[in-house]
Design a protein around this ligand. Sequence first.
Ligand SMILES: Cc1cc2nc3c(=O)[nH]c(=O)nc-3n(C[C@H](O)[C@H](O)[C@H](O)COP(=O)(O)OP(=O)(O)OC[C@H]3O[C@@H](n4cnc5c(N)ncnc54)[C@H](O)[C@@H]3O)c2cc1C
Length: 279
Amino acid sequence: MIQHRFEYRAPRTINEAVGILKDAGSDCAVLGGGTWLIPNMTFAAHRPKVVLDPKHLGLASISELEDEVLVGARATYADILRSQLVSTHLPLLASMASGITGGISITGQGTIGGSACYGNPSSDVPACLIALRARLRLRSTKGDRDVEATDFFRGSFATTRRPDEMLTAIILPKAIHSARWGYYKLKFSTGSWPIMTAAAIVEGDRARVALGAATAIPILSEATLPTNASADELGDFARFCAIVSPHEELADELAGPGYRRRVAHSIVLRALEQCRGAR
Ligand SMILES: Cc1cc2nc3c(=O)[nH]c(=O)nc-3n(C[C@H](O)[C@H](O)[C@H](O)COP(=O)(O)OP(=O)(O)OC[C@H]3O[C@@H](n4cnc5c(N)ncnc54)[C@H](O)[C@@H]3O)c2cc1C
């Protein structure tokens, strides 16, 4: 049970919502699926004075723009998995969503927007959004502000979202038809939290890899990779992607920096090897 008193607001318009955020600032928490927010309020680890529920604002839809797909901030992992647009144009995103653990209560309630705003470095979402060149659309009373995923994640549980802003959508360029992709995450068991993630996309001879949870912010690497790269060339590129600055290494209850450093190359390599088989 949540012990502290708070005001629950479920505005009918986006303007009303950003007005509430402007007035309340960091005293306000926007509710996504609540899979992190509600337990943390229950344990009194987070005590917002206002909870803003955007359920009436129509932010759960997934729609097609010309060369992009717009995923509403309140789209759940299940919505992503059901979406034909995602499976056709963003198979890497679908692959990531299919591996979220916790059963239907998490996949049916947890939102991609909530995960992005939470900024947990060992979540599946950050590296995936960076590899996919996503933009995050933030709304305040001043209007919309689009932030590249590479600039959005600023550290462990830290993003560039200001307290007066809410995330309304994530916009992702459609993958080109011939793109190949791979997603691999290291976990202790099927149901456990990822220790490290690697999201890879190969378009023609250009490869783009985001390595998650080696550091607080995913590491992005891009390079030219021959279309029929040999095992040695793939291994060299994987090693290049897995170089981690010792000053930024991540240590948490799942693994220390030494372990992460040792396995990083293999995680990237497995994602790259999947690219060979994908599509
Ligand atoms: C049992 C279990 C298993 C899990 N397994 C995985 C897993 O395998 N991989 C993984 O990556 N994650 C996993 N998670 C984490 C889960 O994916 C995240 O908790 C979830 O995505 C957060 O989304 P949410 O919609 O529930 O966010 P919420 O809990 O509602 O919110 C999280 C934070 O984001 C803020 N926020 C939410 N929406 C917005 C918005 N639109 N604008 C601004 N701020 C916003 C909230 O105020 C809060 O600070 C698991 C969680 C549980 C409990």
